[in-house]
Design a protein around this ligand. Sequence first.
Ligand code: PMP
Length: 404
Amino acid sequence: MAEEGRGFDKLSQVGALGISSYRADFPGIGDWHYLDTAATAQKPQVVIDAIARAYGPDYATVHRGVYARSADMTLAYEAARRRVAKFIGAASENEIVFVRGATEGINLVAQSYPEKGRVLLSQLEHHSNIVPWQLAGWQVDVCSLTSDGQIDLDAAEAMLTPDHKMVSFAHVSNVLGSVLDVERAATLAHAVGAKLLLDSCQAIPRLGVSFTNLSADFAVFSGHKLYGPTGIGVLWGRAELLDAMPPMHGGGAMIDRVTFERTTYAPPPGRFEAGTPHIVGVVGLHAAIDYVDSIGLDAIHAHETALVAQCRDALRSMNSVTLYGPENSAGIVSFNVEGVHPHDVGTILDEEGVAVRAGHHCCQPLMEYLGVDATARASFGIYNGPDDIAALVRGLERVRKLFG
Ligand code: PMP
């Protein structure tokens, strides 16, 4: 399915932005200016078709049936696991655990990692990379940000001690778009004997990520942000770390042998996939990865980088707009219009056919740090182009007119 270079031909490049010719692949887009891909991506028809087939003529359970359809579905389910492993550069498909999403993946590590202690987070984390650690009884430390909104790794280095068993950072911030220096973060974590977990929810759809070339220990992401279905996500963990972790959920499929006295567990990844899994979600995720790979993440990243630069320039020229985050943010631009609540900004933009997110983006500690209740956020995907930015600017001009 993958055609090398297709993306660079069809997606616009820096300095030559054109309307993305991939827009036609997405039946949910039409002439809507959808700028909320960081919340969830629209789905290409190939993913919708794969889901329809999996619920229709191909549907059966996995791992249990002796009949041919179930055996075929099991092959499809395990083929998807191999596809994910290849896509993110995991050493083996046994390092790929299917979970409901990034949130469940972080909860799993927070609950099951055998050596609990202090965890170092950053000021920009999503609530799903804060609350699971609190719930599981870790002691949470927080490192600050640089003035342009990146995780301050000098501050992290100064804070880390041998009591820290985990460092858990956003790979790309869902509010600021800041990209983590993963190698440095890993070096700092490993220097004190801690592991590095990456919340790669925003990174996997936006950067070419290969864990073959990165020294992280765990990573999580959600299918629905990668143009795939909701309810399915991935926890990647190094084999020896997953091996040492007990399951979080008990039930069917995750066992080796059950008696009333004692149960032994299956090896990873089955150990962490209790119950009938989200079979169709896994098949849909496979289709989404094929689709994204056929365009190429290098092309997607270049496209989003160009859109971010254009968007920041356009918003900067409106002198009542405050921009947040670094200039080289990955696909995400947060902003505020002076004197107007972001919810009002979002509502007026919606009347203009422009969808942005407005609120705290599940990052209340970051909002407090920025000294605001909320921001508006434009985030880009494969289907966006400069016409979406033009519509955003038109909408913001109307906001300024209405609010004087
Ligand atoms: N982390 C980040 C950086 C996110 O953007 C999100 C989704 N907004 C999550 C974690 C949680 O993802 P999910 O709700 O799909 O589990």
